[in-house]
Every structure is written in structure tokens, then in C-alpha cells.
Design a protein. Structure first.
Length: 164
């Protein structure tokens, strides 16, 4: 066993390193592993991993990538939500948790173009599973989100009407 060059064991060490590298609001996940040759009775010679690294600022994302020690195949810098949509959402949900998503939502495209933007998340009851068949939100949580969004839009409409 000591003489084996097991790429999966090394990949396991790397996965732990990825997790330990994420600090100060940053997140890093290895969500997929591809083993070659991928047979049950063969020591893997090569493992390819996917790393999803996210952070609240472009600087902290660069630091996270450097700490992990990998070269991303593509990168989206985080953008802050802002303006009337965010103000209205905060007014509707005072003290509500504010998350840094880092995901490439449509909101990032709008924010990058200078459009005031905010996002409202509905929790997933399956351990945070998102954008997959395992995603599950309760009818009650969805109804609360619809109510919050409706009130947010009403506040924005009222503010726009009076010129604030």
C-alpha cells in the first residue's frame, strides 16, 4: 500500500485543503470528482476536481484562489446589490440575513450594467440543495417570499411614483 501512487488519496487531501482555505465569509466547494480509469478495482491514476470558490469581494476571491492554489477555468467577480430594490427589501425584512451569493445569477449581469439590484432567496429544506432536482422549499416559505417580494415591489412603486 505504501508504494501506491493513489491520485484519489491526493485528491482527498486537496478537497480538505479547499475547505480549510475558505475563511472570512469566503466559500469553497469541491462538487465533482472524475476518476481515471474509474474502475472499482484499479488505483486511480488521475483525478479531476471541480472547485467552486466564492467570496464577498474581488480581492478576497483572488486571495482565496491563491490560497487554494489553482487556476480557474473561468471567473466571475462578486458584485454588490444596491439601490432602491435592496433598500426596499431591507425595509420589508428588517434584520433579515444578507447572503453573499457569488453565483452567476441574472442579478450579477444587471448589477454589472449599473442597474440597482437585489435578490431574495427561499431556503432549501434539503441541506441547501439548489438548482437541482433535490431542491425543496416548503409552501409556507414560498408564500412568505411571495409576500415579501410583493411588499418590496409595492414600496419600490410608491417610491418611484412620489419621485424619491
Amino acid at each position: 500500500m505504501e508504494e501506491r501512487a493513489d491520485a484519489l488519496v491526493e485528491a482527498a487531501r486537496f478537497v480538505l485543503h479547499v475547505r480549510e482555505s475558505a475563511k472570512d465569509g469566503a466559500r469553497a466547494t469541491v462538487g465533482a470528482l472524475e476518476l481515471e480509469p474509474g474502475a472499482p478495482n484499479v488505483v486511480p491514476a488521475r483525478v479531476t476536481v471541480s472547485v467552486d470558490a466564492r467570496a464577498p469581494t474581488a480581492e478576497s476571491l483572488a486571495s482565496l484562489i491563491e490560497s487554494i492554489g489553482f487556476e480557474p477555468t473561468w471567473r466571475l467577480d462578486p458584485l454588490a446589490m444596491s439601490g432602491l430594490p435592496l433598500e426596499a427589501l431591507r425595509a420589508v425584512l428588517p434584520g433579515g440575513p444578507e447572503l453573499v451569493s457569488g453565483a452567476g445569477h441574472d442579478a450579477m449581469v444587471l448589477a454589472a450594467a449599473g442597474v440597482p439590484t437585489a435578490m431574495l432567496f427561499v431556503r432549501s429544506l434539503n441541506g441547501g440543495a439548489s438548482h437541482c432536482p433535490d431542491e425543496l422549499s416548503s409552501a409556507e416559505d414560498i408564500a412568505l417570499a411571495v409576500d415579501a417580494l410583493t411588499e418590496t415591489l409595492a414600496r419600490m412603486s410608491a417610491s418611484h411614483t412620489i419621485g424619491v
